[in-house]
Design a protein around this ligand. Structure first.
Ligand code: 1VU
Length: 178
């Protein structure tokens, strides 16, 4: 957990952050995703977000979530799957609550994600299937529709998905993102 102005950026896999708060924030993030990404089946959102923390469930280390917290409330987040051996991550969900959009939170969230993924997961790239109407946001975050990453590095790892445009982002090895 780190403070930046009045926002905190929390990774759900963080040790040292109260597990109960993480659980509550993940439920809040699930609700934001369900509202903002209406084409995503709700059970799919729940599975990717919660499997790691669901009480009594087999812990899955597959997905991580980075959340924007303001005044102890979650206002958005990104859920991603790091493929550590391939050094890239797949962004599954990305959203900011409706009444908090276009305030720059999405940009700061993506910068924190890049910093976290570089330091904690050793990632060099992100791939994502962007919704048509979010392509402009991803372009501003440094994503391109050209995929420069070798196919051998990602093919068979990420699922094909009709509903979006595959985009790539290179994570600079040195740039301070936050
Ligand atoms: O820096 P500028 O002011 O020039 O530009 C802003 C903003 O205007 C622009 N931007 C967009 N451009 C085109 N289309 C958009 N839909 C769009 N949204 C924002 O991007 C710059 C950064 O803006 P920001 O940091 O204020 O962005 P937000 O905090 O509003 O967060 C952006 C998202 C896309 C996350 C937010 O608007 C949102 O939750 N939208 C609805 C859900 C959504 O579309 N999510 C992405 C779907 S794709 C997915 O989840 C699979 C990966």
């Amino acid at each position: 957990e780190e403070e930046a102005g009045n926002l905190n950026f929390v990774c759900a896999s963080n040790d040292g952050v109260d597990e109960h708060m993480i659980w509550l924030w993940l439920i809040g993030l699930k609700n934001i995703f369900a509202r903002q990404l209406p084409n995503m089946p709700r059970e799919y959102i729940v599975r990717l977000l919660m499997d790691r923390h669901a009480p009594g469930s087999e812990p899955s280390l597959n997905h991580k979530s980075v959340m924007v917290i303001r005044r102890n409330t979650v206002v958005g987040g990104i859920t991603y799957r790091p493929y550590i051996s391939q050094n890239f991550g797949e962004i599954a969900f990305c959203a900011i609550a409706a009444d908090e959009q276009v305030k720059g939170y999405g940009t700061r969230l993506m910068n924190h994600l890049k910093q976290h993924a570089r330091e904690m997961d050793g990632l060099t790239h992100f791939l994502t299937y962007a919704d048509n109407n979010a392509v402009g946001y991803f372009v501003k975050q440094g994503f391109t529709k050209e995929i420069y990453l070798d196919k051998e590095r990602w093919q068979g790892y990420i699922k094909d998905y009709d509903g979006g445009i595959l985009m790539e982002c290179h994570i600079d090895p040195k740039l301070p993102y936050t």
